[in-house]
Design a protein around this ligand. Sequence first.
Ligand SMILES: Nc1nc2c(ncn2[C@@H]2O[C@H](COP(=O)(O)OP(=O)(O)OP(=O)(O)O)[C@@H](O)[C@H]2O)c(=O)[nH]1
Ligand SMILES: [Zn+2]
Length: 204
Amino acid sequence: METVTVLEDRWHPRVVTDGPSIDRARAHGAAVDLLTALGLDLTVEHLADTPRRMVDALVELTSPPEFELTTFPNDDEYDELVLVEDIPVQSLCEHHLLPFVGVAHVGYLPGGRILGLSKFARMVDHHARRPQTQERLTKRIADHLQRALEPRGVGVVLDAQHTCMSLRGARATGSRTLTSALFGQLRDDARSRSEFLDLTRGRR
Ligand SMILES: Nc1nc2c(ncn2[C@@H]2O[C@H](COP(=O)(O)OP(=O)(O)OP(=O)(O)O)[C@@H](O)[C@H]2O)c(=O)[nH]1
Ligand SMILES: [Zn+2]
């Protein structure tokens, strides 16, 4: 699932990520085998349909939804930071296939185009729906914004809790992982960088 395909015109692309083809029948058989091997009795009414639900849930959590990345000309030459905070993030860690959940703060310094505000949340959700690391997810969102908008700077901060280390294993309940990806002026210009980081720090 590496390719983000950009269709139609440059400033109003449909964003489509080609996933692997899914073999539901095989996944269902494997879920039956897994649950049975774990000692669960699938003849109990509550559990009878659990393999199907498991497959549906995993497919839903790993299928990036298409969306239109609508941009507009920056007619007013707005040149300050645009920051959308507290965008929900729900993804799966690729090591345990357990959820990590939290929020993203996404900002940019506009160039010639500005982005439709809802598209920050759509972009986060699009990239979140796959098994991965938090580091990679953070970078992917920033890379995509950079390519799509050609802005003067991009900044992405993710603040998430990994259930693989809170509900099991280390059982570090409440611990949070912060990751960031900064490009352009938000990385290289000290004033812009600290403005962005101070504002996002205010959310924590
Ligand atoms: N860097 C990074 N690590 C992650 C992420 N999600 C999960 N992990 C880690 O992946 C590691 C996998 O380590 P292993 O030792 O193979 O797994 P494990 O035996 O289940 O280890 P414990 O989780 O410590 O019980 C763990 O340290 C997880 O916390 C992530 O998004 N980024
Ligand atoms: Zn994990």
